[in-house]
Design a protein around this ligand. Structure first.
Ligand SMILES: Cc1cc2nc3c(=O)[nH]c(=O)nc-3n(C[C@H](O)[C@H](O)[C@H](O)COP(=O)(O)O)c2cc1C
Length: 208
Protein backbone atom coordinates (compact mmCIF):
# COMPACT_ATOMS: atom_id res chain seq x y z
CA UNK A 1 0.00 0.00 0.00
CA UNK A 2 1.38 3.40 -0.92
CA UNK A 3 0.98 6.62 0.97
CA UNK A 4 -0.56 8.16 -2.13
CA UNK A 5 -3.24 5.44 -2.17
CA UNK A 6 -4.04 6.12 1.49
CA UNK A 7 -4.29 9.84 0.80
CA UNK A 8 -6.41 9.53 -2.31
CA UNK A 9 -9.98 10.47 -1.68
CA UNK A 10 -9.49 11.73 1.88
CA UNK A 11 -11.76 14.73 2.31
CA UNK A 12 -10.54 18.06 3.65
CA UNK A 13 -12.75 20.93 4.79
CA UNK A 14 -15.79 18.95 3.64
CA UNK A 15 -18.07 20.79 6.06
CA UNK A 16 -20.61 21.85 6.90
CA UNK A 17 -18.53 24.62 8.47
CA UNK A 18 -19.59 27.79 10.26
CA UNK A 19 -19.42 31.15 8.50
CA UNK A 20 -17.07 33.84 9.80
CA UNK A 21 -19.36 35.88 12.02
CA UNK A 22 -17.54 39.04 13.05
CA UNK A 23 -14.08 40.34 13.91
CA UNK A 24 -14.02 42.21 17.24
CA UNK A 25 -11.40 44.91 17.92
CA UNK A 26 -9.02 42.57 19.75
CA UNK A 27 -7.66 39.17 18.68
CA UNK A 28 -7.83 37.99 22.30
CA UNK A 29 -11.59 38.41 22.24
CA UNK A 30 -11.97 36.47 19.00
CA UNK A 31 -9.62 33.72 20.21
CA UNK A 32 -11.62 33.35 23.42
CA UNK A 33 -14.81 33.01 21.41
CA UNK A 34 -13.29 30.52 18.93
CA UNK A 35 -11.74 28.46 21.76
CA UNK A 36 -15.16 28.26 23.46
CA UNK A 37 -16.68 27.16 20.14
CA UNK A 38 -13.99 24.46 19.78
CA UNK A 39 -14.62 23.18 23.32
CA UNK A 40 -18.40 23.15 22.72
CA UNK A 41 -17.92 21.36 19.38
CA UNK A 42 -16.01 18.57 21.18
CA UNK A 43 -12.67 19.23 19.45
CA UNK A 44 -10.12 16.89 21.05
CA UNK A 45 -7.39 18.85 22.90
CA UNK A 46 -8.47 22.26 21.62
CA UNK A 47 -5.70 23.80 23.73
CA UNK A 48 -2.99 22.00 21.72
CA UNK A 49 -0.90 24.20 19.44
CA UNK A 50 2.09 23.74 17.17
CA UNK A 51 5.08 25.81 18.31
CA UNK A 52 7.59 26.65 15.57
CA UNK A 53 11.10 27.87 16.37
CA UNK A 54 14.32 28.22 14.37
CA UNK A 55 17.89 27.12 14.98
CA UNK A 56 20.89 29.46 14.52
CA UNK A 57 21.02 28.59 10.80
CA UNK A 58 17.36 29.63 10.42
CA UNK A 59 16.15 26.05 10.00
CA UNK A 60 12.70 25.61 11.55
CA UNK A 61 11.46 22.88 13.87
CA UNK A 62 7.98 22.45 15.25
CA UNK A 63 6.22 20.44 17.92
CA UNK A 64 2.90 20.31 19.76
CA UNK A 65 2.46 22.00 23.16
CA UNK A 66 -0.40 23.06 25.40
CA UNK A 67 -1.56 26.68 25.67
CA UNK A 68 -1.48 27.73 29.33
CA UNK A 69 -3.09 31.17 29.13
CA UNK A 70 -3.68 34.27 27.00
CA UNK A 71 -3.54 37.61 28.81
CA UNK A 72 -3.54 40.99 27.05
CA UNK A 73 -1.99 39.75 23.80
CA UNK A 74 0.55 37.54 25.60
CA UNK A 75 0.33 33.80 24.94
CA UNK A 76 1.67 31.46 27.64
CA UNK A 77 3.22 28.03 27.10
CA UNK A 78 5.69 26.00 29.16
CA UNK A 79 8.58 23.66 28.56
CA UNK A 80 12.12 22.79 29.57
CA UNK A 81 14.71 25.48 28.83
CA UNK A 82 17.15 22.59 28.19
CA UNK A 83 15.07 21.09 25.36
CA UNK A 84 15.70 21.79 21.69
CA UNK A 85 12.93 24.41 21.66
CA UNK A 86 14.33 25.96 24.85
CA UNK A 87 17.79 26.29 23.30
CA UNK A 88 16.35 27.63 20.05
CA UNK A 89 14.25 30.22 21.88
CA UNK A 90 17.28 31.30 23.94
CA UNK A 91 19.15 31.87 20.67
CA UNK A 92 16.29 33.33 18.60
CA UNK A 93 13.49 34.58 20.86
CA UNK A 94 10.75 34.58 18.21
CA UNK A 95 8.17 31.90 17.50
CA UNK A 96 4.94 31.02 15.74
CA UNK A 97 1.95 29.20 17.26
CA UNK A 98 -0.63 27.36 15.16
CA UNK A 99 -3.98 25.98 16.28
CA UNK A 100 -6.23 23.80 14.10
CA UNK A 101 -9.77 22.84 15.06
CA UNK A 102 -10.94 20.39 12.36
CA UNK A 103 -14.60 20.12 13.43
CA UNK A 104 -14.96 23.84 12.74
CA UNK A 105 -12.47 24.15 9.86
CA UNK A 106 -10.67 26.86 11.81
CA UNK A 107 -6.99 27.70 12.07
CA UNK A 108 -5.37 30.41 14.21
CA UNK A 109 -1.80 31.58 13.53
CA UNK A 110 0.18 33.71 15.98
CA UNK A 111 3.66 35.26 15.63
CA UNK A 112 5.74 37.26 18.05
CA UNK A 113 8.69 37.76 20.34
CA UNK A 114 9.19 35.29 23.18
CA UNK A 115 10.38 36.09 26.70
CA UNK A 116 10.80 34.04 29.85
CA UNK A 117 8.32 34.53 32.70
CA UNK A 118 9.64 35.09 36.20
CA UNK A 119 10.82 32.08 38.23
CA UNK A 120 7.78 32.24 40.51
CA UNK A 121 5.32 31.90 37.61
CA UNK A 122 7.38 29.07 36.07
CA UNK A 123 7.37 27.25 39.44
CA UNK A 124 3.60 27.78 39.77
CA UNK A 125 3.07 26.27 36.31
CA UNK A 126 5.33 23.35 37.24
CA UNK A 127 3.48 22.63 40.48
CA UNK A 128 0.13 22.63 38.65
CA UNK A 129 1.28 19.72 36.45
CA UNK A 130 0.44 16.07 37.14
CA UNK A 131 2.81 14.01 39.31
CA UNK A 132 4.08 12.03 36.32
CA UNK A 133 4.60 15.17 34.23
CA UNK A 134 6.51 16.76 37.14
CA UNK A 135 8.67 13.64 37.58
CA UNK A 136 9.63 13.60 33.91
CA UNK A 137 10.42 17.31 33.89
CA UNK A 138 12.60 16.87 36.99
CA UNK A 139 14.88 14.64 34.95
CA UNK A 140 15.88 17.73 32.97
CA UNK A 141 16.79 15.61 29.96
CA UNK A 142 14.05 16.54 27.45
CA UNK A 143 15.29 16.12 23.85
CA UNK A 144 18.60 14.44 24.89
CA UNK A 145 19.38 11.11 23.21
CA UNK A 146 18.07 8.15 25.28
CA UNK A 147 20.07 4.99 24.69
CA UNK A 148 17.82 2.59 26.63
CA UNK A 149 14.21 2.95 27.95
CA UNK A 150 15.40 1.23 31.18
CA UNK A 151 17.57 4.29 31.85
CA UNK A 152 14.40 6.41 31.93
CA UNK A 153 12.75 4.11 34.52
CA UNK A 154 15.90 4.08 36.66
CA UNK A 155 16.13 7.88 36.57
CA UNK A 156 12.41 8.26 37.43
CA UNK A 157 12.89 6.00 40.47
CA UNK A 158 15.50 8.45 41.81
CA UNK A 159 13.40 11.61 41.42
CA UNK A 160 12.62 13.77 44.47
CA UNK A 161 8.85 14.14 43.98
CA UNK A 162 8.68 17.38 46.01
CA UNK A 163 11.28 19.33 44.04
CA UNK A 164 10.64 22.02 41.42
CA UNK A 165 12.50 21.48 38.14
CA UNK A 166 14.83 24.48 37.77
CA UNK A 167 14.76 24.34 33.97
CA UNK A 168 10.95 24.27 33.73
CA UNK A 169 10.07 27.57 32.11
CA UNK A 170 6.90 29.47 31.43
CA UNK A 171 7.31 31.35 28.16
CA UNK A 172 5.42 34.48 27.10
CA UNK A 173 4.88 35.16 23.41
CA UNK A 174 3.85 38.77 22.80
CA UNK A 175 1.85 38.59 19.59
CA UNK A 176 2.45 41.14 16.86
CA UNK A 177 0.35 39.25 14.31
CA UNK A 178 -2.67 36.94 14.78
CA UNK A 179 -4.58 35.43 11.87
CA UNK A 180 -8.00 33.80 12.11
CA UNK A 181 -8.74 31.45 9.23
CA UNK A 182 -12.24 30.14 8.63
CA UNK A 183 -12.29 27.33 6.10
CA UNK A 184 -15.04 27.17 3.49
CA UNK A 185 -15.96 23.95 1.63
CA UNK A 186 -16.18 26.10 -1.53
CA UNK A 187 -12.58 27.27 -0.85
CA UNK A 188 -13.64 30.89 -0.40
CA UNK A 189 -11.91 30.81 2.98
CA UNK A 190 -12.13 33.89 5.20
CA UNK A 191 -8.82 35.19 6.57
CA UNK A 192 -8.70 38.02 9.08
CA UNK A 193 -5.27 39.19 10.12
CA UNK A 194 -4.68 41.38 13.18
CA UNK A 195 -1.42 43.36 13.18
CA UNK A 196 -0.20 45.21 16.24
CA UNK A 197 0.61 48.87 15.75
CA UNK A 198 1.30 51.77 18.09
CA UNK A 199 -2.38 52.69 17.88
CA UNK A 200 -3.60 49.20 18.78
CA UNK A 201 -4.68 46.29 16.57
CA UNK A 202 -5.27 46.85 12.86
CA UNK A 203 -7.45 44.35 10.96
CA UNK A 204 -7.04 43.24 7.32
CA UNK A 205 -8.68 40.65 5.16
CA UNK A 206 -6.29 38.35 3.26
CA UNK A 207 -6.93 36.58 -0.04
CA UNK A 208 -7.62 32.89 0.57
C1 LIG B 1 -0.87 17.06 22.90
C2 LIG B 1 0.57 17.29 23.29
C3 LIG B 1 0.85 18.21 24.28
C4 LIG B 1 2.18 18.46 24.66
N1 LIG B 1 2.41 19.44 25.58
C5 LIG B 1 3.70 19.78 25.88
C6 LIG B 1 3.96 20.90 26.75
O1 LIG B 1 3.05 21.63 27.20
N2 LIG B 1 5.28 21.17 27.03
C7 LIG B 1 6.31 20.42 26.51
O2 LIG B 1 7.47 20.71 26.82
N3 LIG B 1 6.09 19.38 25.67
C8 LIG B 1 4.80 19.04 25.34
N4 LIG B 1 4.57 18.00 24.45
C9 LIG B 1 5.74 17.28 23.88
C10 LIG B 1 6.35 18.10 22.72
O3 LIG B 1 5.55 17.94 21.55
C11 LIG B 1 7.80 17.71 22.38
O4 LIG B 1 7.88 16.33 22.10
C12 LIG B 1 8.79 18.00 23.49
O5 LIG B 1 8.49 19.22 24.14
C13 LIG B 1 10.24 18.05 22.95
O6 LIG B 1 10.31 19.02 21.93
P1 LIG B 1 11.73 19.60 21.40
O7 LIG B 1 12.68 18.44 21.34
O8 LIG B 1 11.46 20.19 20.06
O9 LIG B 1 12.19 20.65 22.39
C14 LIG B 1 3.25 17.74 24.06
C15 LIG B 1 2.94 16.81 23.04
C16 LIG B 1 1.63 16.60 22.65
C17 LIG B 1 1.35 15.64 21.52
Amino acid sequence: MTVASLLRGLPSLAGPLPAFDSAPASPDELFTSWLSDAINAGVVEPHALTLSTVDPAGRPSARVLILKDLVDGVWHFASSALSRKGKELANTPFAALTFYWPALGRQVRVRGAVSVANAEDSARDFLARSASARANALLGRQSDVLTDRAELDAALAEVDADAVAPAWTLYHLTADEVEFWQGDPGRKHVRVQYTRSAAGWARSLLWP
